[in-house]
Write a protein that binds this ligand. Structure first.
Ligand code: NDP
Length: 258
């Protein structure tokens, strides 16, 4: 099969690489892999620069361009994007997935921890989008997908920093979508519910906490990274240009169940 035939999607941006931050493991690794399975070239960014930790990584290796990049460092982002544009013939999309989770009682939660969460989960989303902007304009038609969280609308005890960081991602999504729509750039916020990854595996496997969470999810189980990855990949392959600025929750019915 020729390169041209395996490239899915429409618009001039479809031949260019999609950048996925936090692509070494968890949800980001699965998003990178799913995009690659659908024929896209994927730039996989993380602090380690490790290849996505997925079972078929060897088969997909030719489609991955792995680059070490700490998203909380502007110079890292700038350097990585330049490298991707040069080595992959341009940037056709961006998935702002890298994120960290810290929680604790608000009465003693440190300013430093709060700032760290905002720097990775929120500020990096804005900076990466801003740095991607000229490349995405050049692509003609493109998409930014932010990975937020259904916690953005919840009152979570001990979760002030994380919830605030994700609520801000939804706001950034709306503002960039309004500002860049006429440049052919759509911006969406995908907000997962509980997805089993390193970020929460211990919590979900704890007999008390895990059972409580399962009881509240309509589907009866937490999601898997593939649940999010498939949806994100579809957004890139079936570009719906009129869909922009929205937060789309994928949480197994958790936030709508009583
Ligand atoms: P993981 O902890 O499993 O993976 C996090 C990824 O981000 C890793 O690839 C890590 O790679 C990378 N990363 C962390 N910090 C940085 C940084 N400063 N610069 C670059 N890369 C970084 O997390 P998940 O897969 O669970 O989460 C992915 C996203 O989904 C996050 O934004 C999270 O908030 C969100 N989310 C997750 C939910 C869940 O239940 N799992 C629910 C709702 C939202 P490395 O260590 O190599 O840098």
């Amino acid at each position: 099969m020729t390169e041209a035939r395996v490239i899915a999607g429409t618009g001039t941006g479809a031949n260019r690489a999609i950048i996925v931050t936090g692509a070494s493991r968890g949800i980001g690794a699965e998003i990178a892999a799913e995009l690659a399975r659908r024929g896209r070239r994927v730039a996989c960014l993380s602090r380690t620069g490790a290849r996505p930790d997925v079972a078929d990584a060897d088969a997909l290796a030719e489609r991955f361009l792995c680059i070490p990049c700490d998203v909380s460092r502007e110079e890292d982002l700038r350097g990585a994007f330049k490298q991707v544009a040069e080595r992959a013939g341009g940037i056709g999309g961006l998935v702002n997935n890298a994120g960290i989770h810290r929680d604790g009682p608000s009465r003693s939660f440190s300013t430093g921890d709060f700032e760290d969460v905002l720097r990775v989960n929120t500020l990096a989303v804005f900076v990466a989008s801003r740095e991607a902007y000229p490349y995405l304009v050049d692509a003609g038609s493109s998409l930014i997908v932010n990975i937020g969280s259904f916690f953005d609308r919840m009152g979570v005890k001990g979760g002030a920093a994380y919830c605030a960081s994700k609520a801000a991602v939804a706001a950034i999504t709306r503002c960039l979508a309004a500002e860049w729509g006429r440049k052919g750039i759509a911006v969406l916020n995908v907000a997962p519910g509980y997805i089993e990854t390193d970020i929460n595996r211990d919590y979900l496997n704890d007999p008390v906490h895990g059972e409580k969470v399962r009881a509240r999810i309509a589907t009866g189980r937490p999601g898997m990274p593939a649940d999010i990855a498939k949806f994100v990949a579809v957004l890139f392959t079936e570009r719906i240009a009129f869909l922009t600025g929205e937060t789309i929750c994928i949480d197994g019915g958790h936030s709508i169940s009583l």
